[in-house]
Design a protein around this ligand. Structure first.
Ligand SMILES: [Zn+2]
Ligand SMILES: [Zn+2]
Ligand SMILES: [Zn+2]
Length: 142
Protein backbone atom coordinates (compact mmCIF):
# COMPACT_ATOMS: atom_id res chain seq x y z
CA UNK A 1 0.00 0.00 0.00
CA UNK A 2 1.53 3.25 -1.18
CA UNK A 3 1.06 6.44 0.75
CA UNK A 4 0.00 9.55 -1.10
CA UNK A 5 3.52 10.96 -0.64
CA UNK A 6 4.93 7.92 -2.48
CA UNK A 7 2.45 8.46 -5.30
CA UNK A 8 3.51 12.09 -5.65
CA UNK A 9 7.18 11.08 -5.71
CA UNK A 10 6.36 8.45 -8.35
CA UNK A 11 4.53 11.00 -10.48
CA UNK A 12 7.63 13.20 -10.42
CA UNK A 13 9.92 10.31 -11.27
CA UNK A 14 7.68 9.22 -14.17
CA UNK A 15 7.99 12.72 -15.60
CA UNK A 16 11.76 12.48 -15.42
CA UNK A 17 12.39 14.57 -12.32
CA UNK A 18 15.27 13.66 -10.06
CA UNK A 19 14.01 12.83 -6.56
CA UNK A 20 15.96 14.90 -4.07
CA UNK A 21 15.46 14.93 -0.30
CA UNK A 22 13.87 18.38 -0.61
CA UNK A 23 11.41 17.26 -3.31
CA UNK A 24 10.44 14.22 -1.23
CA UNK A 25 9.90 16.45 1.83
CA UNK A 26 7.56 18.69 -0.21
CA UNK A 27 5.58 15.61 -1.33
CA UNK A 28 5.25 14.47 2.30
CA UNK A 29 3.95 17.85 3.45
CA UNK A 30 1.38 18.04 0.63
CA UNK A 31 0.22 14.48 1.27
CA UNK A 32 -0.24 15.22 4.99
CA UNK A 33 -2.05 18.51 4.37
CA UNK A 34 -4.37 16.76 1.91
CA UNK A 35 -7.22 19.24 1.25
CA UNK A 36 -5.78 22.19 3.16
CA UNK A 37 -5.10 25.30 1.16
CA UNK A 38 -1.33 25.57 1.32
CA UNK A 39 0.60 28.29 -0.49
CA UNK A 40 4.19 27.74 -1.59
CA UNK A 41 5.18 29.85 1.43
CA UNK A 42 3.21 27.56 3.79
CA UNK A 43 4.86 24.49 2.26
CA UNK A 44 8.26 26.16 2.61
CA UNK A 45 7.60 26.86 6.31
CA UNK A 46 6.38 23.30 6.97
CA UNK A 47 9.32 21.62 5.21
CA UNK A 48 11.82 23.91 6.88
CA UNK A 49 14.22 26.56 5.65
CA UNK A 50 17.19 24.28 6.39
CA UNK A 51 15.89 21.64 3.93
CA UNK A 52 14.68 23.77 1.05
CA UNK A 53 14.58 27.33 -0.25
CA UNK A 54 11.37 28.96 -1.49
CA UNK A 55 12.36 28.93 -5.16
CA UNK A 56 12.91 25.15 -4.98
CA UNK A 57 9.40 24.79 -3.48
CA UNK A 58 8.00 26.72 -6.46
CA UNK A 59 9.95 24.60 -8.94
CA UNK A 60 8.82 21.39 -7.22
CA UNK A 61 5.17 22.53 -7.29
CA UNK A 62 5.51 23.32 -11.00
CA UNK A 63 6.93 19.85 -11.55
CA UNK A 64 4.05 18.27 -9.58
CA UNK A 65 1.53 20.24 -11.65
CA UNK A 66 3.25 19.17 -14.84
CA UNK A 67 2.94 15.58 -13.60
CA UNK A 68 -0.81 16.22 -13.01
CA UNK A 69 -0.41 15.36 -9.31
CA UNK A 70 -1.48 18.77 -7.92
CA UNK A 71 -3.46 21.77 -9.14
CA UNK A 72 -3.45 25.39 -8.03
CA UNK A 73 -6.26 27.83 -7.31
CA UNK A 74 -6.12 31.63 -7.10
CA UNK A 75 -8.01 32.56 -3.94
CA UNK A 76 -7.73 36.35 -4.18
CA UNK A 77 -4.90 38.83 -4.31
CA UNK A 78 -2.48 36.60 -2.44
CA UNK A 79 -0.40 33.67 -3.65
CA UNK A 80 -2.25 30.68 -5.14
CA UNK A 81 -2.98 27.55 -3.07
CA UNK A 82 -2.34 23.93 -3.97
CA UNK A 83 -4.55 20.82 -3.90
CA UNK A 84 -3.93 17.18 -4.64
CA UNK A 85 -5.32 16.53 -8.11
CA UNK A 86 -6.91 13.37 -6.68
CA UNK A 87 -8.84 15.32 -4.02
CA UNK A 88 -12.55 16.06 -4.08
CA UNK A 89 -13.20 18.92 -6.51
CA UNK A 90 -14.81 21.98 -4.99
CA UNK A 91 -15.56 25.57 -5.88
CA UNK A 92 -13.92 28.17 -3.61
CA UNK A 93 -15.77 31.18 -2.31
CA UNK A 94 -13.55 33.85 -0.75
CA UNK A 95 -14.73 36.89 1.19
CA UNK A 96 -13.08 40.03 -0.14
CA UNK A 97 -13.47 41.75 3.25
CA UNK A 98 -12.37 39.22 5.91
CA UNK A 99 -10.67 36.64 3.67
CA UNK A 100 -12.65 33.65 4.93
CA UNK A 101 -12.88 30.83 2.38
CA UNK A 102 -15.82 28.48 1.90
CA UNK A 103 -15.66 25.21 -0.07
CA UNK A 104 -18.75 24.63 -2.19
CA UNK A 105 -19.72 21.30 -3.71
CA UNK A 106 -19.41 21.87 -7.48
CA UNK A 107 -22.94 20.48 -7.94
CA UNK A 108 -24.09 23.84 -6.54
CA UNK A 109 -22.94 25.71 -9.67
CA UNK A 110 -23.41 23.07 -12.37
CA UNK A 111 -26.50 24.70 -13.85
CA UNK A 112 -24.69 28.06 -14.03
CA UNK A 113 -21.73 26.47 -15.84
CA UNK A 114 -24.06 24.64 -18.23
CA UNK A 115 -25.82 27.93 -18.99
CA UNK A 116 -22.49 29.65 -19.76
CA UNK A 117 -21.58 26.82 -22.15
CA UNK A 118 -25.05 26.87 -23.75
CA UNK A 119 -24.86 30.59 -24.44
CA UNK A 120 -21.23 30.92 -25.51
CA UNK A 121 -19.78 27.47 -26.24
CA UNK A 122 -17.19 28.26 -23.55
CA UNK A 123 -16.44 25.52 -21.01
CA UNK A 124 -15.39 27.24 -17.77
CA UNK A 125 -12.88 25.78 -15.31
CA UNK A 126 -14.22 27.31 -12.09
CA UNK A 127 -11.68 25.48 -9.88
CA UNK A 128 -8.86 27.69 -11.17
CA UNK A 129 -10.20 30.87 -9.53
CA UNK A 130 -12.20 31.45 -6.36
CA UNK A 131 -15.47 33.30 -6.59
CA UNK A 132 -15.03 36.63 -4.80
CA UNK A 133 -17.79 38.23 -2.71
CA UNK A 134 -18.93 38.93 0.83
CA UNK A 135 -19.54 36.29 3.49
CA UNK A 136 -22.68 36.14 5.63
CA UNK A 137 -20.88 37.58 8.70
CA UNK A 138 -19.46 40.56 6.81
CA UNK A 139 -22.87 41.31 5.31
CA UNK A 140 -24.45 41.13 8.79
CA UNK A 141 -21.81 43.55 10.14
CA UNK A 142 -22.20 46.12 7.37
ZN1 LIG B 1 -9.86 23.94 -1.87
ZN1 LIG C 1 -16.20 38.09 5.41
ZN1 LIG D 1 -3.28 29.92 -12.35
Amino acid sequence: MHTTADRLVEALRRDGFRITRARRAVCEVIARAHQDHLTAGDIHALVGDDVIDLSTVYRTMEALEQASAVTHTHMGHGPSVYHLAAGAPHQHLVCSRCGVTIDLDPAGIESLLAEITRRTGFVPDPSHFALSGLCRDCIARS
